[in-house]
Design a protein around this ligand. Structure first.
Ligand code: ZN
Ligand code: ZN
Length: 364
């Protein structure tokens, strides 16, 4: 990146990095800005990408409901269908599926024949709750690298779901509640969509149930779920699967399940040390981000001659890209995508207003 005065650095021909985040001067908009701006283009509703306070927001139509739930009813949000082209000042802007969560987008910007794509977060693995990632040809590609190390290679989703069901049945045989921690936006719904409801009752934390409603409103099919707070027949807990955000793993909330097994679904479970650190009973390797091979495949499909890398293992990824003869540089970010350490949900109430919602970082 070339340094420019006033803490502004040129990222490529169409984007600059400013104290507010990525900025497109030709279109006068920011992408996933860190601070309130005039025009924010949002790749998806995770908290490290969708910050409150901007005057106006643009997102993919599929993601409008979740973004509104996260940012509040009064937020000015314009929604754009995937693939539709919007002319913003002198640039052509369009949004394309990123495969990460419902409504997640890659942002494509074109001016004077030069094309730049900002990936936001991507996932190449199959997910019935959102549209699959669309490879886009471009000159400049900006990719995340949350799991940009070769050790991150995901097992198939079907295999992980088999493991989750086996754990659930094993817990049932011991009269034990299966409490599975998963980020409330995206991961929770992806797991729910893969659960076989004939196995037993499925209950949710309020933060998960609120997002479930957005997904159902957008036409995503999920099995029937009930908020744990509304369950009077406590004996049902003995054979239930409970989906909750990691922040619910505290004595006050867990008290209702005296006999339980705790699982955690995250890409970080690929690393043994993380399993110990969280002290859960079972770790399931399930991420809503691309693994190493997925990141490479997406970058290769872009045909970009310059790649900007942000989030996660950016230095390592840039080194590998340069070794392969590609132009590559780190695009610094203010936020890192690891959610394990941060609370991602407010109090367990449903239905709820937006007050008290304290979303943390992005999921992994
Ligand atoms: Zn992210
Ligand atoms: Zn994300």
């Amino acid at each position: 990146m070339k340094r420019r005065p006033g803490n502004i650095a040129a990222v490529n021909a169409l984007l600059e990095l400013t104290p507010d985040g990525l900025y497109c001067p030709a279109g006068d908009f920011h992408i996933d800005p860190w601070r309130p701006v005039r025009r924010a283009v949002i790749t998806h509703a995770h908290a490290d990408h969708a910050r409150p306070g901007s005057r106006s927001y643009l997102c993919a139509r599929d993601g409008e409901g979740v973004l509104r739930t996260r940012l509040g009813d009064k937020t000015a949000i314009d929604a754009l269908a995937y693939g539709a082209v919007l002319t913003v000042d002198s640039v052509r802007l369009s949004l394309h599926p990123a495969g990460h969560i419902l409504g997640s987008s890659q942002v494509r910007i074109e001016k004077g024949g030069r094309i730049c794509v900002v990936s936001g977060d991507t996932k190449t693995a199959a997910d019935p709750t959102c549209r699959p990632l669309e490879p886009i040809r471009c000159h400049d590609y900006i990719s995340e690298s949350t799991f940009g190390l070769p050790i991150f290679k995901w097992p198939s989703t079907a295999q992980v779901l088999d493991e989750i069901h086996a754990w659930w049945r094993e817990n049932q045989s011991q009269g034990c509640t299966s409490v599975l921690f998963a980020y409330s936006l995206g991961k929770a719904q992806r797991i729910l969509a893969g659960l076989d409801p004939s196995t037993g009752p499925i209950f949710t934390h309020g933060a998960v149930e609120k997002i479930n409603q957005c997904y159902r409103d957008a036409g995503v099919v999920l099995p029937a779920t009930r908020h744990v707070g509304g369950v009077a027949e406590k004996r049902l807990f003995r054979e239930a699967m409970v989906i909750a955000p990691p922040s619910a793993d505290a004595p006050a909330w867990m008290r209702r399940f005296p006999n339980r097994s705790r699982g955690f679904a995250s890409g970080w479970m690929r690393i043994r040390g993380n399993r110990r650190r969280r002290v859960v009973d079972r770790g399931f390797v399930l991420s809503d981000h691309s693994d190493w091979d997925g990141l490479w495949a997406t970058i290769a499909a872009s045909g970009a001659d310059h790649v900007g890398i942000t989030h996660g293992y950016a230095d390592e990824m840039v080194r590998c890209l340069r070794e392969k003869g590609l132009g590559a540089s780190v695009v610094p970010t203010r936020y890192e995508g690891e959610a394990d350490a941060s609370p991602d949900a407010g109090p367990d109430t449903f239905p709820d207003t937006h007050s008290g919602e304290a979303p943390g970082g992005d999921d992994a």
